[in-house]
Ligand binder design. Structure first.
Ligand SMILES: NC(=O)C1=CN([C@@H]2O[C@H](COP(=O)(O)OP(=O)(O)OC[C@H]3O[C@@H](n4cnc5c(N)ncnc54)[C@H](O)[C@@H]3O)[C@@H](O)[C@H]2O)[C@@H](O)CC1
Ligand SMILES: [K+]
Length: 490
């Protein structure tokens, strides 16, 4: 069965909102599907919906509104807290609407000792658990903890919305959790519900459609960006990534663009290792750059000892930009590949992939169509679906993540595929690929290769779109770098 993790579902929800499908619409569908599932299963009875103060509670309120229309159900609602403390506008609105419906009772309970809580639980036939969903963090606090205990002691039929309300501790053990008879989750199965431990609590899992747009899942959006690991407030220098850029020799601008893009993406330390003929030029581009001078006019075997030392001092190596494709350059790149745990390989360095020992490295490659055809030794398909298939097969075979640049970028780790459509025709100017490699490198320091590559493609294209608004076809790669922070702030 196709399943996703909670984090992916949150990204899909946010991508839906970006496309114009608002959370309140999804909530309506979620609540409606719960009401339908209950009516499929029960011919009537006394039903208690317990809502927390987040959107999981909002789903419960929508379900209550729908159920009220069926006289065979006697509908009681408990809000754990008071209406003013409801956290989201959507949930607030759906709770308020209940006052205009034919519910049996609406109760705002603020004290775990309130007898109404236990009375209503014990006098109901069916309990709907909308206490906590995927927004739960940390240990369960009161009132929620008492409500969960009372539900579990009641012996009533329990339906959990999205996930049984509960928590797992640092050892991945459940501390307190609703024991449901049925869990109704949305859109797709969630991997977290499928673990041996959780399946003792979920009961039967039903998956209900809530009308998610297909593009919210297949195309990268703001939701994916929000799932990026970013630095914590108390992080030290270097914790947000130390990036080593190996490039230049044949050209000088390319590695500088990569380095500046990595810095703008949030990397703490960026070092450029460049051949002697260009090292000084690269350093002169910006005082923000640290440049290490290599031995000769092109990357060569004699540089290996220095690069090996530098590799140990950095988290990610990004290499290829402007190196040139001489035989010795490629041979040297090949021996650098096993040196680092995380690598971004671009441009000329892609030729080294053949026969390279990638060891246990996490690798992202960022070819354009011609480069991809070259390393695969066959033409790349024009048809998007065929192209997606080729990227998947190649990534799986090589055990790496491919970010194939194009009008639609294709990103795959061999299992999953994500597409990106940010970017514009103005970005065919030189240097935009170097910028992308830098963004990818910076994100790879603190994220999985798939997430880093996917979000890098989105950020690069979206920054390019902002730059295009200001500069039209006159946009430069450096304009894109200037817009990276605007996109990331979004
Ligand atoms: N985002 C969306 O677009 C959609 C979300 N949906 C629902 O929204 C849920 C996620 O909603 P939210 O992100 O608002 O979060 P939740 O409703 O899961 O929970 C957040 C609330 O729980 C409280 N809380 C968090 N940790 C707690 C703890 N340890 N002890 C006690 N209280 C705690 C918070 O104060 C907050 O009020 C999903 O599970 C799903 O049911 C659906 O409506 C479909 C659409
Ligand atoms: K729940």
């Amino acid at each position: 069965m196709d399943s996703i993790i909670w984090e992916e579902m949150k990204a899909i929800d946010a991508n839906c909102a970006q496309l114009g499908l608002l959370p309140i619409q999804l909530m309506e569908n979620a609540g409606c599907s719960i009401s339908r599932a209950i009516r499929d299963h029960f011919s009537g009875g006394k039903i208690l919906l317990i809502a927390g103060r987040g959107n999981n509670g909002g789903d419960a309120c929508v379900a209550a509104r729908h159920l009220c229309q069926f006289p065979q159900f006697q509908v009681n609602v408990i809000l754990l807290g008071n209406a003013a403390s409801i956290r989201t506008e959507e949930a607030k609105r759906n709770f308020a609407l209940l006052r205009h419906c034919q519910t049996n009772s609406i109760n705002e309970i603020t004290d775990s000792g309130d007898v109404k809580l236990s009375d209503l639980i014990n006098s109901s036939d069916i309990i709907v658990d909308g206490i906590l969903g995927t927004g739960m963090t940390g240990k369960i606090r009161e009132l929620e903890a008492s409500a969960i205990d009372l539900i579990n002691l009641s012996g009533k039929y329990v339906i959990s919305i999205d996930v049984p309300s509960g928590t797992i501790d640092a050892n991945n053990e459940l501390v307190k959790c609703v024991k449901a008879d049925t869990t109704i989750t949305f859109h797709k199965m969630k991997k977290e519900l499928n673990t041996p431990m959780m399946s003792c609590y979920t009961g039967e899992v039903r998956i209900e459609d809530i009308g998610v747009c297909a593009h919210a899942e297949s195309f990268i959006g703001i939701g994916n960006l929000r799932s990026l690991n970013t630095r914590s407030h108390d992080s030290h220098k270097g914790q947000a990534g130390r990036i080593l850029i190996i490039g230049g020799g044949a050209y000088s601008g390319a590695p500088a663009l990569t380095a500046l893009a990595a810095l703008r993406t949030g990397a703490d330390i960026v070092t450029v290792a460049a051949p002697s003929n260009v090292a000084g030029i690269i350093a002169s581009f910006s005082p923000d750059l640290i440049v290490r001078c290599l031995s000769d006019q092109r990357l060569c075997i004699e540089d290996i000892p220095l690069i090996s030392r530098l590799a140990h001092q950095h988290d990610v190596i990004v290499m290829g930009m402007g190196l040139g494709n001489g035989e010795e350059v490629i041979e040297t790149v090949r021996s650098i590949i096993p040196m680092c745990k995380k690598l971004v390989i671009d441009a000329d360095a892609l030729s080294a992939l053949e026969n390279a020992d990638s060891g246990a490295s996490e690798i992202v490659i960022t070819p354009h169509v011609r480069e991809f055809a070259r390393i695969r030794k066959m033409e790349t398909a024009v048809d998007l679906n065929k192209r997606i298939e080729e990227v998947m097969i190649f990534s799986k075979e090589k055990k790496l993540v491919t970010l194939l640049k194009g009008v639609v970028d294709i990103i795959s780790d061999g299992r999953k595929v994500l597409l990106n459509r940010t970017g514009n025709a103005g970005m065919s100017v030189g240097g935009t690929g170097d910028v992308l490699a830098g963004i990818t490198g910076a994100l790879l320091a603190t994220n999985t290769p798939m997430k880093a590559a996917a979000c890098a493609a989105y950020i690069n294209g979206a920054a390019g779109d902002l730059a295009f608004k200001e500069n039209g076809y006159g946009l430069l790669a450096t304009d894109i770098i200037d817009k990276i922070t605007d996109v990331m702030r979004e």
